[in-house]
Design a protein around this ligand. Structure first.
Ligand SMILES: [Zn+2]
Length: 169
């Protein structure tokens, strides 16, 4: 892994020092400088890439991950999510004079292109909650309470069932 410059904010590969069979590059590079009000990158891009030279070309493929904190475009809540690319691919011409290839821009662009246009905290996000139907009629409250009780997990349901059975006798 000595051929990788991991220091700072760049991922540079020296194509001439790569294993002929290709090499796996793994690590983190802090290169996505997106710090907006509604989308904010934190940590670096975690990469796991296979780099291999074919003739005068360096071919790189693998996976990238970058964490972001977002503001939900529907409900305005803060949430974190990870952009994951499983199929990052890039190729670079290798110049005899400069066998060092800088992968940083391609990585940054791929992550940014994968950002959601309208981030949502979950697919079922209801959006800004409008006052949901409040039950003005008491009869509906009873139904709602029954529904809540039937959702109680495990033991409580059993206890409730035996309790009500006793009362009925
Ligand atoms: Zn939301």
């Amino acid at each position: 892994m000595e051929n990788i410059d991991e220091i700072g904010e760049k991922l540079v590969v020296d194509a001439y020092r790569l294993d002929r069979e290709g090499e796996t590059l793994e690590g983190e590079v802090d290169c996505v400088d997106v710090h907006e009000e509604f989308v904010d990158a934190f940590g670096g891009v975690r990469y796991r890439l296979n780099a291999r030279v074919f003739g005068t070309e360096l071919l790189v493929r693998g996976s990238l991950e970058q964490d972001f904190s977002y503001v939900c475009s529907r409900c305005g809540k803060d949430f974190d999510d990870t952009v994951k690319l499983g199929d990052f691919t890039a190729s670079f011409e290798i110049d005899d004079k400069s066998p060092e290839v800088d992968l940083t821009n391609e990585i940054r662009e791929s992550i940014i292109l994968a950002l959601p246009t309208f981030p949502v905290c979950s697919e079922t996000c209801p959006g800004v909650v409008q006052e949901t139907k409040t039950f003005t009629d008491d009869r509906w409250n009873v139904l709602e309470r029954l529904r809540m009780e039937s959702r109680q997990p495990g033991d409580q349901v059993d206890q409730g069932a035996s309790g009500s059975a006793e009362k009925r006798r």
